[in-house]
Design a protein around this ligand. Structure first.
Ligand code: NAD
Ligand code: ZN
Length: 381
């Protein structure tokens, strides 16, 4: 089959590999119909995630048709068209019973607490991902969800991560009717967090980024105010000015380690140089929220990352909420929002690119070229 293959930082290619096989009775093999590139894939692409082996295939946002099921799979049948949440989880442990699927006890790394994710390095379980013609789906009875007939496949693929993650980011903000919500990051996750903030009752939504075309997009798509951080001297002072001197009720980090950076500590304890200021976005979020407000974090950081201004957070009496999204928990509600016409996720897709051209697609998304927001890879055939 054709698959994306990681060769090293900033180097990926399309390559012929052997097809995945059923390895356990509860596996399924899925023929991929769509897969996306995510901001999280950029952390791998930039070489920030240790144990990202050369030769592995990324891709944790995909839809596909069931080709084959293992002996014990009962909830899926060959021919079902499914969307597959990015988390791999058992569905029955202490945490899964509480719908904390991203914290599943049976697949999390005991050392780092990182959950298992398709195509996300050996740190996250070492599973190959869906930027390929076929992918092996473990514990296939619990994750994959049959795509309702009236749901467009491009809306479905955005339900595997970006939309639920943005929604959970807003939900963890515990937004009260009329609240002012500031979202940092106008990538796909931030765009959906902004949209979700309205769905959850926000009275005002402000999105911060520095990429003008993304700010322009989110201003129209989510009907929000925008701030270009390059035009602001002091973010906290600026947000306070916009909010009668108090600060925002809720701040949401949809950026993660992209923004971190004179120095960022990686999983291995090495320090990486990146663009921007060290932990910029966490400082901005904690300093821009009002006293007793809430900061919600879905931006991805390495487990050993520790540059958080905790003193300010304690003194202000903040609530800090954070997690990897538990995609499956949100699906019924989000499908209903789409079916009711309250949101059209696929409008954020700017590029549909053949899997053969995966190298160009990564370069474009990483460098923010050609007004790229969300890229969908289309396998041959
Ligand atoms: P993306 O790279 O497309 O978007 C990130 C945006 O942040 C970019 O537009 C960038 O210009 C902007 N940015 C950089 N520094 C900033 C700063 N200091 N302030 C404001 N904006 C800044 O990525 P995405 O797909 O939208 O994902 C966003 C983050 O969410 C990533 O860290 C990703 O790994 C993470 N993520 C987390 C989960 C989860 O379950 N917790 C799931 C998916 C993605
Ligand atoms: Zn993702």
């Amino acid at each position: 089959m054709l698959a994306m293959e990681f060769r090293g930082p900033y180097r990926v290619r399309a390559k012929h590999k052997s097809d995945p096989q059923i390895e356990h009775p509860n596996d399924a093999i899925i023929r991929v119909t769509r897969s996306c590139i995510c901001g999280s894939d950029l952390h791998l692409y930039h070489g920030l995630v240790p144990d990202t082996h050369v030769g592995t295939t990324f891709g944790h946002e995909f839809t596909g048709v069931v080709e084959q099921v293992g002996q014990s799979v009962q909830n899926l049948k060959v021919g079902d068209h499914v969307l597959v949440p990015f988390n791999i989880f058992c569905g029955s442990c202490y945490f899964c019973q509480k719908e904390l699927y991203s914290n599943c006890h049976n697949v999390n790394s005991q050392a780092t607490a990182v959950g298992a994710i398709y195509g996300y390095s050996h740190t996250a379980g070492g599973y190959d991902g869906g930027q390929a013609e076929f992918v092996r789906v473990p514990m296939a009875d619990v994750g994959p969800t049959v795509i309702p007939k009236d749901l467009h496949v491009e809306d479905a693929v955005l339900l595997t991560d970006a939309f639920p993650t943005g929604y959970q980011a807003a939900e963890m903000g515990d937004i009260k009717e009329g609240d002012t919500v500031v979202v940092f990051g106008a990538g796909p996750v931030g765009i959906f967090a902004a949209k979700s903030a309205w769905l959850l009752g926000a009275g005002r939504v402000i999105v911060v980024d520095h990429v003008e075309y993304r700010l322009e997009f989110v201003r129209n798509y989510a009907q929000c105010e925008v701030v270009n951080f390059k035009e602001v001297d002091d973010m906290a002072v600026h947000i306070k000015k916009m909010t009668d001197g108090l600060g925002a009720d809720v701040c949401i980090d949809c950026v993660g380690c992209e923004a971190v950076g004179n120095a960022m500590q990686t999983l291995t304890g090495r320090y990486m140089k990146l663009q921007g200021g060290a932990a910029t976005v966490l400082h901005w979020a904690i300093n821009s929220v009002r006293k007793a407000g809430t900061v919600s974090i879905v931006g991805v950081y390495g487990p050993t990352f520790n540059a958080i201004p905790i003193g300010n957070a304690v003194n202000k009496g903040l609530t800090l909420r954070m997690n990897q999204a538990s995609v499956k928990r949100h699906l019924p509600r989000l499908i209903e929002h789409i079916q009711a016409g309250r949101i059209s996720p696929r409008e954020i897709i700017t590029h549909r690119i053949p899997l053969e051209e995966v190298a160009d697609a990564y370069h474009m998304f990483s460098s923010k070229l050609d007004n790229c927001i969300k890229t969908v890879l289309i396998p041959p055939g």
